[in-house]
Write a protein that binds this ligand. Structure first.
Ligand code: ZN
Length: 116
């Protein structure tokens, strides 16, 4: 009933990769959360330069956090499509997404042609 070109074995393999990616992402997001704790601005032991360093690091961490959140959104959406049996179907054109593409980016919602 779905237009997915994937075999059951391929879907199972990709489901495993998605699951692993999700768990790895959850772990790294916890680490990022730690790094996002507010910088102590009144620490007398910490000089101004290292304070600037910390703030700069937080800027980088914020970028990372945004990327992680974007990836999380894609992973969750992919897992929903797995549940509903529409995984491997391009959300743009409704065509099948190649297995090779899904192996590289299993969370992608679109085929190579519709990719932004
Ligand atoms: Zn497409």
């Amino acid at each position: 009933m779905s237009a997915s070109p994937l075999t059951d074995e391929q879907v199972a393999e990709l489901a495993e990769i998605l699951d692993r990616d999700l768990r790895g992402l959850e772990r790294s997001m916890r680490v990022t959360d730690e790094a996002m704790r507010p910088v102590e601005l009144d620490q007398t032991a910490v000089g101004r330069l290292s304070r600037i360093d910390s703030l700069q690091n937080q800027g980088l961490t914020r970028n990372l956090q945004e990327r992680e959140q974007a990836k999380l959104g894609l992973l969750v959406a992919a897992l929903r499509r797995l549940e509903s049996g529409t995984y491997g179907v391009c959300t743009e054109c409704g065509g099948g997404i190649a297995f090779g593409r899904l192996l590289v980016v299993p969370e992608t919602p679109t085929c190579a042609e519709c990719a932004p």
